[in-house]
Design a protein around this ligand. Sequence first.
Ligand code: PGA
Ligand code: ZN
Length: 419
Amino acid sequence: MQISSISANEILASGGYPTIEVIVTLDNGVRGRSSVPYGASAGSHEATVLVDGDESRYNGKGVKQAVANVVEKIFPLIKNIDPQDQRALDQAMIDLDGTPNKANLGGNAILAVSLAVAKAVAKTQGKPFYEYIRDTYQTGVDFLVLPQPMVVVIEGGKHADETTDLQEYCISAVGNGSVMENVRKTMEAYHQLRKILKKNGLSINVGNEGAFAPNGIPNNEAPFEYIVQAIIQAGYKPGEDLAIAVDAAASEFYQDGKYNLAVEKRILNAAELIAYYEGWLKKYPIVSYEDMLAEDDWENWTKLNQVTKKYGVEHIGDDLTATNMERLQKAIDLDAMTAILIKLNQAGTLTETVDTCMLARKNNMATVTSHRGGGETNDTSMVDLAVAVGSRFVKVGPTRGERVCKYNRLMEIERETRG
Ligand code: PGA
Ligand code: ZN
């Protein structure tokens, strides 16, 4: 089997800036298509999103160079590699790039090719994409337990304007019930949240990820109260049916070794911040804490991990680990966290992403596969990946087409695997 042609295009992502789409055609005529997202609060250890920097187009954020790299550099390299050997194909692109963060060819260019090829081969083999990924990498997942929804319901930080310092407050399903039922429950709570925000005089505008981005919110704690009320008002038990997951994206408010909570007009050191966070664990039905500290604040991650363990709360690394095997290994060695956020475009190839997930699994760490806050597309590969590696959750926003298509794909997979 061979790749007979590749086309690459600059398309729009949900943030209104371009991203790259790749269409691969195999010599049997079968096509695979993929497009990749980008982050708003991207960490500094992620694969590079290669943008043109030409200020005369899209404020410098065009991706024509990444498009050219696919056609002129990547295609000549991979056209002689068997597309069924995804690991070899990804490795060839990593080697051609030659940098640790895919700065040369662009992580966006490489990932779009990686996924488009995999999808074309999956189609050729007549397998759903999640099954193809599972079989190709022998993840050993049986699809009996599917990832559950972790729905972002309030967003702040870099995803919105004039709201909380913390980036995301989510509602996640508790337990392993039906995905379809759990999507319904979380969405019912989301709709109650709308009423509660209004009652409190807050706006119900939505942010980048389709979650509410209320401005004028008094502090970083208020969302917990609103969400607990929303869960109750929807007819569910906080902590039993639905619970709260938080992503602080703390690198965004880390300045000169301290944490600047602008909304509260307070600057805290790590010890004070950890004590503040522990207060919430005592009061609210929180099931996970993500990026509560800055991406290189290793020492304090280990300290917070001791605290979250006391409360049985998952402690998730996102910017800290950047879907990167070496950083994950370091987090394991330092006992810095108990779960890892997975984003395909942080790694930049399907193979590296799956390898990172498998390393987590081997160490009894849960994976949470996530959308991006900067710009998403209607590509649902992240959901198939989540199913293939047995992620505990998929983290996605509640509204907007590029978000709900992920939940729709997850529910479709539930129907397929449940017969
Ligand atoms: P990002 O946010 O895609 O803007 O980085 C999502 C997250 O931090 O989980
Ligand atoms: Zn995050």
